[in-house]
Design a protein around this ligand. Sequence first.
Ligand code: NDP
Length: 330
Amino acid sequence: MSYTPSGDRYKTMNYSKCGKSGLYLPKVSLGLWHNFGGNDVYESSRKMIWHAFDKGITHFDLANNYGPPEGSAESTFGRILASDLRNHRDELVISTKAGFMMWPGPYGDGGSRKYLISSLDQSLKRMNIEYVDIFYSHRPDPNTPVEETMSALIDIVRQGKAIYVGLSNYNPEQTSVAVEILNKNGVQCLIHQPKYSMFERWIENGLLDILEQRGIGCIVYSPLAQGLLTDRYLEGIPVGSRASKAHFLKPESITPEKLTKVRKLNLIAQERNQTLAQLALSWVLRDKRITSVLVGASSITQIDDNLKSLENIDFSSDELNAIDEVLKTV
Ligand code: NDP
């Protein structure tokens, strides 16, 4: 099967500047953590990428260890890139990361220069590309001096292996220190990638302020709380869902208390003529400091559902208060 991108692909998506940089990102970006690995059906992964690109999703987020097995999401993406998008590389923003456990021994985990530089070389080979657009330090490593981790990011940019660099999972203090080092060396931190959703609001306590002050963009991951903030689990745990197959969303974390909140939020969504997934995403995007929401998806239908969140990202103060009440109470 061959693919020709839709001529209308830039007609409906909204794009925002990433912090004070000149780079625009789509308001909805697609992450390949799940559903794009070697154990998934290649044709289904392929069609989701086609569909996303047809809808103006230009940013695809990866990491060295996405799969399973680890590395296979990058291989899948590289294969799709080579077969279907080879004439469109410059229309894409491809990111990858290193920081969590990737290979055995002391050099396949953490924040050492050795790990980050060799991991990016492996990622480029798996995707069969010469550079990524964004390379992230996936997490702060308490066992590596931050100067060393940042020196890897700085040299990766100087070598042309990444156009921009970013930080993920760094707290406000760690972010300030890391950004300072990058800036002193003439490299801008383009973007931060933290976890954020109605169920996980830590970035409201300082991180977003720091990013705004320093002109750094913010792309948030797991905005749907891995599917909890959708109608996916309202009637139990469906076969094939993340909670049924991956250990990252444990069935026992879907507690009756959580489901009570989800049901109440679902009613608020209905009043806004939105699905719960759309409410969850538009709620994240209500804050203009959020450059993009990084969603995962296991089907084209989910991608379309999520894209519709862009049609209504304004909230009245009554709606915001009602959401806060639900999140506070059981
Ligand atoms: P989400 O919170 O968006 O969860 C995605 C899951 O929710 C999907 O796999 C699907 O589950 C379900 N879902 C999505 N849309 C819908 C819908 N409309 N209706 C019903 N269910 C829906 O994000 P992820 O946790 O997947 O994270 C997104 C991306 O963020 C990752 O792919 C990765 O790129 C990045 N990330 C970064 C991390 C970091 O440390 N920097 C950590 C984690 C993620 P199902 O598969 O059950 O259908």
